[in-house]
Ligand binder design. Structure first.
Ligand code: ADP
Ligand code: MG
Length: 212
């Protein structure tokens, strides 16, 4: 397949700059296939192996839609574990380096509650977290998702394996239906198709077998 460069995408110059400063030039296969519909605002289900570069695909999608001047949670990324949420937040922060004053907050279980409540009081544009802790904050009224326009379910297969289906529904119910929903997964079992049919609208399916 012909190599496609990030610079062929309709991305703001500062985002292209961040991508270049990370040393990425050619898109991986899943990025090349998913980024055009993601940037067009469509709901996308992207299936690809671990290591295929899925994080950059959804991170660029949500950063492209973000309005940094509006200080409210606009993007929510759900991950199965704290380790993954930390990795994803790190990658988003790197890609967002050229955007001034952007706030990315991680909210995961296994971490003390109090400091998270304090951070939430200060506000954030992007929240990355695990479903259990996000739903705890929602129930306690610490977190508002009424301005979220980008929802990402990362490693959706693992989240469902861990029994998070109901928690995901609970969280999604707090987010406006006019959102963009992106679902990333290494596998595509029936359980994912069911969740997708509940939380996504007319999704574009992208399946990539290779890692690069
Ligand atoms: P996945 O979520 O599909 O398992 P990751 O998003 O964690 O994969 O990416 C795997 C690795 O590939 C990371 O180290 C990331 O920095 C790197 N990577 C992502 N996109 C590119 C690219 N276009 N060119 C080179 N390396 C990339
Ligand atoms: Mg990943």
């Amino acid at each position: 397949m012909q190599e496609l460069k990030f610079s062929s995408l309709a991305l703001r110059p500062e985002l292209l700059q961040s991508v270049a400063s990370l040393g990425y030039s050619a898109m991986t296969a899943i990025q090349a296939e998913s980024l055009p519909p993601v940037l067009a605002g469509k709901d996308v289900i992207a299936q690809g192996k671990t290591g295929s570069g899925k994080t950059v695909a959804f991170a660029l999608g949500l950063l492209a839609r973000l309005n940094v001047k509006r200080f409210a949670v606009q993007s929510l990324v759900l991950c199965p574990t704290r380790e993954l949420a930390d990795q994803v937040a790190k990658e988003i922060r790197k890609l967002a380096r050229s955007i001034h004053n952007i706030k990315v907050l991680t909210l995961c279980g296994g971490m003390p509650f109090g400091p998270q409540v304090g951070s939430l009081a200060h506000g954030a544009h992007i929240v990355v977290g695990t479903p259990g802790r996000i739903s705890d904050h929602l129930r306690k009224g610490n977190l508002q998702l009424s301005e979220v326009h980008s929802l990402v379910l990362d490693e959706a297969d693992r989240m469902l394996d861990m029994g998070f289906a109901e928690t995901l529904d609970e969280i999604v119910a707090e987010i406006p239906v006019s959102r963009q929903t992106l679902l990333f997964s290494a596998t595509y079992p029936d359980t994912i198709a069911k969740v997708a049919s509940r939380v996504m609208r007319d999704p574009v399916m992208v399946t990539v077998k290779s890692t690069h």
